[in-house]
Design a protein around this ligand. Structure first.
Ligand code: NAD
Length: 243
C-alpha cells in the first residue's frame, strides 16, 4: 500500500526537473498523476499541455486532468522560469513575463483547481518557492521578487482555504541539479569549472537533487503532514540557515 493510494495529483512544470521528480515519486507511492506543462511528459503520466500564462488553456487543462483522474486531491504548483539581473537591468517586459509565469501562473492554476480540491475534503497544495525568496541572492532581483511573492501567496492561501480543508505549504529549494541549472552551466565558458565553483559555494559542497526536493514536496502533500499548513520547508543544503 502506498501513502498516496486513491489520491489524484496535478503537478505543473511536470515535464522536467523538480516537477518530473515529484510526479514520479507521487506515482511510485500510489497517486494517479497528471502533469501540466508546455512540454508535458507521456506515460505513465496524464500529460496536459498548457502555458500557465494562458488562462483559457489552463482551465481546459486542469479540467481535463481532473476529469481523467476522477478529481484532484493534490496540486503541486511548480512551473517557473528564471531571470538574471539587478533591478536596473531587467526591462519591464521581462518583469511582466517572469511574474506572469511564476506568480500569476500559480494563481491561475490554483483558481482552476480549487473547485476540485474543495470537493476532495482533504486536499493539499505545495508551491515551489526558492531560497531566493529570503536569501538576498546577488544578481537575481526579479527572480527573487517573484519567489518572495510565492512565499506570501502560500501563507495567504493557507489562511483563505483552511476552512475548505485544503492545506497549503511551500518548499524553498537551494541550487538544484535540474535541466534548468544544467543549461546554465553548459552555457559557461568552462562548464566543469563553473559546476565545481557552484558546488564549492554550497555548505554541503554539492547541489541539491531534484529527488530531494520531490521528497519534501511529497511529505507536505501527504496525509502524514495533516497538521501542517502555512509552512516553508527548506531543501537547500543548509544554504540559508548556515550562511
Ligand atoms: P526545469 O526548467 O527543469 O523545469 C521547469 C518546467 O516548467 C519545465 O518542464 C518547463 O517546460 C515548465 N514551464 C516553464 N514555463 C512554463 C509555463 N509558462 N507554462 C507551463 N510550464 C512551464 O526547472 P526546475 O529546476 O525543475 O524548476 C522547477 C521549479 O523549481 C521552478 O519554479 C523554479 O523556480 C524552482 N526552483 C529551482 C531551483 C533550481 O536550482 N533548479 C532552485 C529553487 C527553486
Amino acid at each position: 500500500m502506498g501513502e498516496f493510494d486513491g489520491l489524484a495529483a496535478l503537478v505543473t512544470g511536470g515535464g522536467s526537473g523538480i516537477g518530473l521528480a515529484t510526479a514520479t515519486l507521487l506515482a511510485e507511492r500510489g497517486a494517479r498523476v497528471a502533469c501540466l506543462d508546455v512540454s508535458p511528459p507521456g506515460d505513465p503520466f496524464f500529460g496536459v499541455k498548457a502555458d500557465v500564462t494562458d488562462d483559457a488553456a489552463v482551465r481546459t487543462a486542469v479540467t481535463a486532468a481532473a476529469e481523467h483522474l476522477g478529481g484532484l486531491d493534490i496540486l503541486v504548483n511548480n512551473a517557473g522560469i528564471g531571470a538574471a539581473g539587478t533591478v536596473e537591468q531587467n526591462p519591464d517586459e521581462e518583469w511582466f513575463r517572469v511574474l506572469d509565469v511564476n506568480v500569476v501562473g500559480m494563481a491561475r492554476v490554483t483558481r482552476a483547481a480549487l473547485p476540485y480540491l474543495r470537493a476532495s475534503g482533504h486536499a493539499a497544495i505545495v508551491n515551489t518557492c526558492s531560497i531566493a525568496a529570503t536569501a538576498g541572492l546577488p544578481n537575481r532581483a526579479l527572480y527573487s521578487a517573484s519567489k518572495g511573492a510565492i512565499l506570501s501567496l502560500t501563507l495567504a492561501m493557507a489562511t483563505d482555504h483552511l476552512a475548505d480543508g485544503i492545506r497549503v505549504n511551500c518548499v524553498t529549494p537551494g541550487t538544484a541539479d535540474t535541466p534548468w541549472v544544467q543549461r546554465l552551466l553548459a552555457a559557461a565558458p568552462d562548464p566543469a569549472a563553473e559546476r565545481h565553483a557552484l558546488e564549492q559555494r554550497q555548505p554541503m559542497g554539492r547541489l541539491v537533487s531534484a529527488e530531494e526536493v520531490a521528497t519534501a514536496i511529497a511529505y507536505l502533500a501527504s496525509p502524514s503532514a495533516s497538521s501542517t499548513t502555512g509552512t516553508v520547508l527548506a531543501v537547500d543544503g543548509g544554504m540559508h540557515g548556515l550562511r
